[in-house]
Design a protein around this ligand. Structure first.
Ligand code: SAM
Length: 241
C-alpha cells in the first residue's frame, strides 16, 4: 500500500492516526488556537475564498476533524450545504457538539468515513476542502482521486496544509518551532506528547508544494496552483475538476 508514513517503527498508520486523534479530540481546538496564535483562522478564511463555491452548493470538508472549516464555510455562506467527513468518532462528536451550538447557521451534516473510500456518488459536490490533513492520510493519491470523483466538473478542491519552507533561514526558524515548541506545548495543552511529536514529523515525508501540485494533476485536476502564507510554511493548493 502506498504510504507517506513518518512512523518509526512502521505500523498501521490509519489505525495509529485514528487512535491518536481520538485521544486528543477533547482538547484539539484549544491546542490548535494556541499553537498558531489564532492565525489559522485567516488561513482558513483564505481557503474558503479560494473554493468559490456557488451559493446553495453542496460542499464536502474532507478530514473535517472538529469542524473548523465546516463552520468557516457556513459563516461565509449560510446557504451552503456542508458535509464534514472524518474517520475518528470523537473528532466528529466534537464537531456535532459545535454544530448544536451554532444553531443559527445552516445545519451541517457529519459522516464517519475514510476519505480514500468516500460513500458518495460521482459528481455529487460543488466543492471540497481539506485542512491540515493531507499529511495524515495513508494514501494521498487515493484521497485526491476520490475528491476528484465526487466533484462536479468545473468545481474545486482546496487543500490547506503545512508545507516545506523554501527559504533556508525561515525554514530553520520554522523547524525550531515546529519540531521543538509544538511537541512541548501540544503535549501540555493537547494532552498527548506522542501525538504532538507525530504531527510535526508527518511533514518530514510529505511532498513539497510543487510535488503536491503534480499529485493533484495526476489525480485529474486542472489549473492547479498554490499560494503560500505563514512565511511560506502554509500552502493552499487549488485544483479544478
Ligand atoms: C489535524 S486534523 C485536521 C482537522 C480539521 N480539518 C482542521 O482543519 O482542524 C486531521 C484529521 O484527519 C482525519 N483523518 C486522517 N486520515 C483520515 C482518513 N483516511 N479518512 C478520514 N479522516 C481522516 C483525522 O481523524 C483528523 O480528524
Amino acid at each position: 500500500m502506498p504510504t507517506n508514513s513518518p512512523l518509526d517503527p512502521p505500523m498501521d498508520k490509519a489505525l495509529y492516526v485514528r487512535e491518536m486523534f481520538a485521544a486528543i479530540a477533547p482538547r484539539y481546538d484549544r491546542a490548535n488556537r494556541l499553537l498558531t496564535a489564532g492565525v489559522d483562522e485567516a488561513w482558513r478564511k483564505r481557503a474558503v475564498f479560494e473554493l468559490a463555491a456557488p451559493p446553495g452548493g453542496r460542499v464536502a470538508d474532507l478530514c473535517c476533524g472538529t469542524g473548523d472549516l465546516v463552520f468557516h464555510l457556513l459563516r461565509d455562506d449560510p446557504s451552503l450545504r456542508v458535509t464534514g467527513v472524518d474517520f475518528t468518532g470523537p473528532m466528529l462528536a466534537a464537531a456535532r457538539a459545535r454544530a448544536a451550538r451554532h444553531a443559527r447557521s445552516a445545519p451541517a451534516e457529519f459522516v464517519e468515513a475514510d476519505v480514500t473510500r468516500l460513500p458518495f456518488e460521482d459528481a455529487s459536490f460543488d466543492g471540497a476542502t481539506m485542512g491540515f490533513s493531507m499529511r495524515n492520510v495513508v494514501d494521498i493519491d487515493a484521497t485526491l482521486k476520490e475528491a476528484h470523483r465526487v466533484l462536479r466538473p468545473g468545481t474545486r478542491l482546496v487543500n490547506l496544509d503545512v508545507t516545506k519552507v523554501p527559504n533556508p533561514i525561515v525554514r530553520r526558524a520554522f523547524e525550531l518551532y515546529f519540531y521543538g515548541v509544538v511537541p512541548l506545548v501540544g503535549g501540555l495543552v493537547g494532552g498527548s506528547k506522542s501525538a504532538y511529536r507525530y504531527l510535526p514529523n508527518s511533514l518530514t515525508n510529505f511532498p513539497d508544494a510543487d510535488a503536491l501540485a503534480r499529485r493533484f494533476e495526476a489525480a485529474g485536476f486542472r489549473d492547479v496552483r498554490y499560494l503560500r502564507m505563514g512565511g511560506g510554511a502554509i500552502a493552499i493548493h487549488v485544483g479544478t475538476k
